[in-house]
Write a protein that binds this ligand. Structure first.
Ligand SMILES: C[S@@+](CC[C@H](N)C(=O)[O-])C[C@H]1O[C@@H](n2cnc3c(N)ncnc32)[C@H](O)[C@@H]1O
Length: 294
C-alpha cells in the first residue's frame, strides 16, 4: 500500500467512522484489507478504494469498516467498574425505588458492544440484583459499528474458554453449555437474551436512531480510536441520552477531562451526569427500529 493509498483510506475511515489511523497502522490496514482484496480478485489497494466508494449501497464500506475495527472484548471486563455498579449504583437505585423516588425500570446502553460480552455481563448482574419477580424491568441495548460483531452478539455463542471470565453464580444461572455438535461452546440463556437488544449504530453519525434516555451508558475502549474532536462530539451526543443523575463508564485508558462540564468524575473512568437532560424520559424501546428479534 502506497502512502497515497493509505491517506485515501485514512480520510475515508475518519470521515465515516471517526476512527483515526496513525501512520504506524498502515501495515495493519494492509493486512486486514489484503484479505478482502484477494476475496474480490482485485489487484491493488487503489482498485479496492474505487470499488468501495463507487458502491452506492455502501455495503462494501460496511465490510471495510468491519475489518478496520478492533473487536477485542471480555465478559466483566474492567471488574472495578462492575464492582462499583454492584456496590454503589444498584443499591442506590433500590433505595430510591423503595422510597418512590424512581421507577423500578432500568435502561442501560453498551455503546460499542462488540460481540456482546459487555451487554450480557450487564444483563447477568442486573437480573441478579434487580429481580423481575420483585417488579424490576430491565432493558439493555448493545450497539456497534461492525455488522459482523453485532451478528455474532445476536448469536450469543462463545467458546467455552470464555466461561472463565464469568463469576460462577452467573455462569450456572444464565449460561447454557453446548453439547453434541455445540460442545466447546456456551450460549446465553433465554433469561438474559430476553432483555438484551442489539443493533448496528455508528457513534460518528450526527443523529442516533434511538429514543429515550439511559440510566447507565458504557462507552468503553471505543473512543481510543477517535481523535480529540470526534471524541468530544460523541461524548456530547451520548450525554443527551443520559438520564439526570445517570452514569457514564469509559475505558481504563480513557478520560473525559475537559470534554464536559456536566459530567462529574466519581471514581476513575466513572462519570455522573449532574444536570437535567434535554430528552424526555421513556420507559421502553421505541421506533424507528421497531421490534426485531434478538
Ligand atoms: C475494543 S472493542 C470494545 C468492546 C467493549 N466496549 C469492551 O470494552 O470490551 C471496540 C468496539 O468499538 C466499535 N467501534 C469502533 N468505531 C465505532 C463507531 N464509530 N461506532 C460504533 N462502534 C464503533 C468496534 O467495532 C469495536 O467492536
Amino acid at each position: 500500500m502506497s502512502d497515497r493509498e493509505f491517506n485515501l483510506y485514512r480520510k475515508l475511515i475518519y470521515s465515516r467512522a471517526g476512527i483515526c489511523l496513525s501512520p504506524p497502522k498502515k501495515a495493519l490496514l494492509e493486512a486486514r484489507l489484503g484479505r478482502r482484496l484477494r476475496e474480490l480478485g482485485l489487484e491493488s489497494f487503489l482498485a479496492y478504494y474505487q470499488y468501495v466508494i463507487e458502491d452506492t449501497s455502501e455495503s462494501e464500506l460496511v465490510q471495510l469498516l468491519d475489518r478496520v475495527s478492533t473487536n477485542e472484548t471480555h465478559f466483566f471486563r474492567e471488574p472495578r467498574q462492575f464492582d462499583f455498579l454492584e456496590e454503589k449504583i444498584l443499591p442506590n437505585w433500590v433505595i430510591q425505588a423503595n422510597g418512590g423516588l424512581r421507577p423500578q425500570q432500568v435502561r442501560v446502553w453498551s455503546a460499542g458492544c462488540s460481540t456482546g460480552e459487555e451487554p450480557y455481563s450487564l444483563a447477568m448482574m442486573l437480573l441478579d440484583y434487580l429481580p423481575p419477580e420483585r417488579g424490576w424491568e430491565i432493558e439493555i441495548m448493545g450497539t456497534d459499528l461492525s455488522s459482523r460483531a453485532i451478528e455474532s452478539a445476536r448469536r450469543a455463542i462463545w467458546p467455552i474458554v470464555k466461561a472463565q471470565e464469568i463469576p460462577e453464580k452467573y455462569l450456572k444461572r444464565f449460561m447454557l453449555k453446548g453439547i453434541g455438535s455445540q460442545a466447546g461452546c456456551m450460549k446465553a440463556g433465554p433469561e438474559i437474551r430476553a432483555i438484551v437488544r442489539l443493533e448496528n449504530l455508528n457513534l460518528n453519525d450526527e443523529h442516533y436512531p434511538i429514543a429515550g434516555i439511559f440510566d447507565l451508558i458504557l462507552c468503553r475502549n471505543v473512543l481510543i480510536y477517535f481523535d480529540a474532536e470526534s471524541r468530544a462530539r460523541v461524548i456530547r451526543r451520548l450525554q443527551n441520552y443520559l438520564a439526570p443523575a445517570g452514569y457514564l463508564f469509559v475505558g481504563h485508558a480513557e478520560s473525559l477531562n475537559g470534554l464536559s462540564e456536566q459530567l462529574r468524575h466519581v471514581v476513575p473512568t466513572v462519570y455522573h451526569q449532574a444536570a437535567v437532560n434535554k430528552l424526555a424520559p421513556t420507559a421502553s424501546f421505541a421506533p424507528p427500529w421497531g421490534a426485531g428479534a434478538v
